[in-house]
Design a protein around this ligand. Structure first.
Ligand code: NAD
Length: 333
């Protein structure tokens, strides 16, 4: 039985903890740390995990096999590196960190301490995205010719300091990176070229991004924003044109394949919806992700994981998009 300690018991921490509790045949959530002790207590109340206010004290006192870091992004680099001094298996929420410098520091420290760092780019683990990725990799319908990914959110007012790019990285590094990681995953590499357009607000903060990724014989587009009214629901969708079929899905967990020759068919995937107090209710992608990470940590090196290198590459691609984007300044008064 692997012993897990979790640092950060806020929005996403609540979902992770719920997954750990559902993986109790393989792991035990033995300790949780949050300087908001009430949040840590809430998580521990039905599993008996020991509650810490100070994460470093948890690392010093507990003999943990895995540490799961669900802290705000600006704390990832510091806590991932500090954790390596105590525990060799680390899971950290996406994005890995705020910038390329922090990413390189994490990589150097992982080499020094011999730590494995897996990153929570959860989109790969959603059943619709997983089905699509397997279909592409099988080659059954040929190569990707074009694709379109869409990820639109109301303002994430439930996230503390969401407008502070020094804390969250801003919308492209926090939200758009989901599709960036997935595009790199299905295409197997970075694009040869990328072109982006952004809308910046009067303070230079990116509100919308549209990017085109150029591969040999294929172009992929991704759009993301989190500027929309709070009363609007989160929306995501994907449409991929392969040589011999089009595949499409949106947020209803129904994926449809339209073959060139033959009838369309759909696949509906199960959801496990719970109220986590944030705009995510389906815990299945997180459950899939954490079970796969556990399988990998237990020795199944074929288990699907998002490595440190994958996460660094996704972060660097977003930064490249921002560095080269054509920008329009929002014209409000
Ligand atoms: N994979 C996804 O779809 C997804 C969704 C939401 C958030 N996230 C990521 O998860 C991370 C956390 O986001 P969140 O929305 O849960 O944030 P949050 O603010 O809701 O939770 C963070 C928690 O960390 C605690 N904390 C802060 N500093 C601490 C410290 N030094 N020691 C101990 N506890 C501390 C806070 O008290 C809070 O409870 C971010 O990196 C975010 O990008 C990922």
């Amino acid at each position: 039985m692997l012993k897990v300690g979790q640092i950060g018991c806020g929005g996403i921490g609540g979902i992770h903890a719920c997954c750990w509790k559902n993986l109790q045949d393989k792991v035990q959530l033995v300790a949780v740390a949050d300087f908001n002790v009430a949040k840590a207590k809430e998580i521990s109340k039905d599993c008996g995990a020991k509650v810490y206010e100070d994460a470093i004290q948890m690392l010093e006192n507990e003999n943990l096999d895995i540490v799961d870091i669900c802290l705000p992004t600006f704390l990832h680099a510091q806590y991932v590196i500090d954790t390596m001094k105590y525990v060799k298996n680390i899971i950290v929420e996406k994005p890995l960190c705020l910038n390329a410098e922090e990413a390189e520091e994490i990589k150097k420290a992982a080499q020094k301490y011999g730590a494995t760092v897996l990153v929570g780019h959860v989109v790969r683990f959603s059943d619709t995205n997983d089905y699509l990725a397997k279909l592409i990799k099988s080659g059954e319908y040929g190569r990707v010719i074009e694709a379109n990914f869409y990820r639109i959110s109301p303002k994430p007012v439930w996230v503390k300091d969401y407008e502070n790019v020094n804390k969250t990285g801003g919308m492209p590094i926090d939200l758009h990176i989901h599709d960036v990681d997935y595009i790199r995953y299905i295409m197997g590499s970075d694009p040869k070229d990328v072109e982006s357009i952004v809308i910046r607000n009067e303070n230079g903060i990116v509100e919308n991004i549209w990017s085109s990724y150029f591969y040999d014989g294929a172009v992929i587009h991704a759009e993301a924003s989190w500027i929309y009214p709070v009363c609007m629901k989160f929306k995501k969708s994907a449409r991929v044109r392969l040589e011999k079929a089009v595949v499409e899905f949106s947020d209803n967990n129904i994926l449809t394949v339209y073959p060139e020759d033959g009838e369309a068919f759909s696949q509906t995937f199960a959801e496990k919806n719970m109220d986590f107090g944030i705009n995510i209710s389906d815990m299945m992608p997180f459950y899939n992700e954490l079970s796969s990470f556990i399988a990998y940590i237990e020795g199944d090196k074929k288990a699907k994981v998002v490595t440190l290198d994958d996460a660094i590459a996704a972060l660097k691609l977003v930064i490249r998009e921002l560095d080269t984007a054509k920008a329009c300044v929002a014209g409000r008064k």
